[in-house]
Design a protein around this ligand. Sequence first.
Ligand code: GMT
Length: 373
Amino acid sequence: MRIGIVCYPTYGGSGVLATELGQALAKRGHSVHFVTYAQPMRLDRFQDNIYYHEVETPTYPLLEFNLYTLALAGKIIDVVKYEQLDVLHVHYAIPHAISGYLSKEILGPKAPKLITTLHGTDITLVGLEPSFHPLVKFSLERSDMVTAVSGFLQEKTRQNFGQDLPIRVIPNFVDTALYQRADCPQLARHVKTDGEFVLMHISNFRPVKRVQDCVRILAKVRETVKAKLVLVGDGPERSDVERLVRELNVQDHVLFLGKQSALPDILSIADIFLLPSQQESFGLSALEAMSCGVPVVATNIGGIPEVVEHGESGYIAELGDVSRMAKYCVELLTNTKKLNVFREKARERAVTKFDIDLIVPMYEALYDEAVSK
Ligand code: GMT
């Protein structure tokens, strides 16, 4: 099949998932065409069957605001004409589903089937902006198929955009062969300078991630066990987090690694993954951690309980309850037997429920169904 993929190319779950889906589809023999404004972050090496089409947004003194939505629609039309796409799969509704719809209308009968995958804040936050809401609703109604990454997001979309919308749930996935615990003695020596336990958090440091709670959890955990917090990623909250680290006097126990690409290695030195988010439609970073055998301590928010089973592969607490999250960490770190059982369960859940080879065929079946409609 000839598949177009539109996504954000940046450091974020929807772009990561879209890129890995494209790479997996290419391996399975499909031609995959990425259409976006920059090379997707994880599309970092040559792979057969993968093509990248960059969207350039024209500028002109009168055009004070960037017209990416229109430029993207124009580029999609171009790619469809020359590459004869069967399906166009857009990830994150804003503005991708709208550009997809526009291109579909202009292309007429030659248009590929439009599949929209909803990832989170396109529905729960940005899509609720009064000026965007009617556009998102319309583009969902006009997509040939709509998927959501969790049951939570399916329900939220129906509540906010129409109870009758036919939305399928196709959960996010992880390549469990790639994301597995590896021996990284050098990295471990560099990080665990005092043989301490490692709490880890990976995100784009946006306010919804509540990275500050990770620092507060570390400070509480350190009242009982020796632990270090490793923070991976970067974003708008970074300076504020650094300030809090100094305020709580834990600067010797927090390591900022910035944006990293070798995540399986880095996750391999973690004992617990922290995800204290305020919003999370799925929590792909938690799943990647689980695949590396790292139990997760997270909030009871959005789609997280569909990924992390409380008391099995991790623990779930109420939003902002840092004392409880710290207590859960201490419970695991002071009981090696329990920690090992949780590690095994975390890995097992990733392998049996969310492995790439279980989920990618669901998208293939969806494309087949859309094309034969
Ligand atoms: O919706 C967002 O905030 C952006 C998006 C991203 O690109 O990072 O994150 C969402 O999509 C991920 C992949 O499906 C999910 O794992 C994240 O839970 C989700 N983020 C939120 O819902 C806040």
